[in-house]
Design a protein around this ligand. Structure first.
Ligand SMILES: [Fe+2]
Ligand SMILES: [Fe+2]
Length: 337
């Protein structure tokens, strides 16, 4: 395993530092700064306010829990089950709305961890660090997202719980990673942001009958997330190859564990929803655990971060089994990785 340092050249290609002469290294640093400046500038010219840019009180934005537009379609693992289709219409709509509201609640709890971790990361940056300004833009944008998500949850009429207590306790360790192990922290960031972004993009693409409030919140989120995802990838491409042996090994083992947890939280109903609507265990098995389509959807949701991990040598033959165990790896014959 190589521990040699590397640098991203302007083309985005990674090369070992000892291959670079001083002028190439300066060019790579200049390109990195320029990319961060461009992202920061975008945050100034294209940003949203949770209340000025969403017309919460417009009549068409009102949330009616019986609205058929909340119902899950046949592409959804639970929506495709005979049990779901046999429920009365108001129950089908309420399950769909509760799922969307839980998605937003977990999303804003994830963003809380993200903002605190970013502030930990920025706290130790030296004067003049190009990351400082960008990271503060991202914290501000995430705060606006969390305002939108919480407002949606409040208007859903459900007292959505979100993360379990043990997950809230574990999240404090993730916040600390922003200071102690930023490379693992930014992989955690991608583990949350990539599946959220994937689910929202899929929804905006395929459903023409999305509720206008859900559509507006999702459009705003997807637009700003593109910058956040770019920064996390840029940071990882620049810094993971520079890690020493011990940290690289930790990254290789902990990344599939984190991604497995995150994708499951985002892709299946919370225990609160299961209890409230009395979803039987065999229906959950049919929809999620024993459903190849759901596995493929989970694998697809993490495809971008998985490919980045392959590129950065974070996946090894020794840790591949972990990726497979959490359904993060395409099954044989399921298409290209
Ligand atoms: Fe966000
Ligand atoms: Fe984000």
């Amino acid at each position: 395993m190589s521990t040699a340092e590397s640098t991203m050249v302007p083309s985005g290609r990674l090369v070992l530092d000892d291959e670079l002469d001083t002028s190439s290294r300066e060019a790579a640093d200049a390109a990195y700064r320029k990319l961060l400046q461009r992202l920061s500038h975008q945050s100034v010219v294209k940003h949203f306010d949770a209340y000025a840019d969403v017309d919460w009180d417009a009549p068409e934005m009102r949330i009616d829990p019986d609205d058929p537009r909340w119902e899950l379609d046949g592409d959804d693992p639970l929506g495709a089950t005979a049990w779901y289709r046999a429920q009365p219409q108001p129950v089908r709509a309420a399950i769909g709305l509760h799922l969307f509201a839980t998605f937003m609640k977990i999303g804003l709890q994830f963003e809380s961890v993200l903002k605190r971790g970013l502030l930990e990361y920025a706290f130790r940056l030296p004067n003049g660090a190009p990351e400082f300004r960008y990271v503060y833009h991202e914290v501000i944008e995430e705060a606006q997202h969390s305002l939108m998500f919480q407002e949606f949850v409040n208007r859903s009429s459900f007292d959505v719980k979100g993360l379990a207590t043990w997950q809230k306790v574990a999240s404090r360790m993730v916040v600390r990673l922003g200071r102690t192990f930023p490379e693992l922290f930014f992989l955690f960031v991608l583990g949350g942001e990539d599946p959220i972004d994937h689910v929202q993009r899929q929804m905006l693409k395929k459903c023409y009958d999305v509720h206008p409030l859900l559509r507006r919140v999702s459009q705003i989120h997807v637009t700003e997330e593109a910058r956040h995802l770019s920064f996390a990838r840029l940071y990882l491409r620049r810094n993971v190859p520079r890690l020493g042996r011990v940290k690289k090994t930790m990254l290789r083992i902990r990344t599939p564990l984190i991604l497995g947890q995150m994708s499951q939280m985002m892709m299946r109903p919370s225990p609160q929803i299961v209890r409230r609507f009395g979803i039987p265990a065999d229906v959950l098995r049919e929809a999620y655990d024993a459903n190849p389509k759901h596995r493929a959807q989970t694998t697809e949701a993490v495809a971008k971060v998985r490919r980045l991990c392959q590129e950065l040598d974070v996946v090894t033959p020794g840790t591949l089994k972990l990726w497979q165990a959490f359904h993060l790896w395409p099954q044989e014959g399921a298409g290209a990785v």
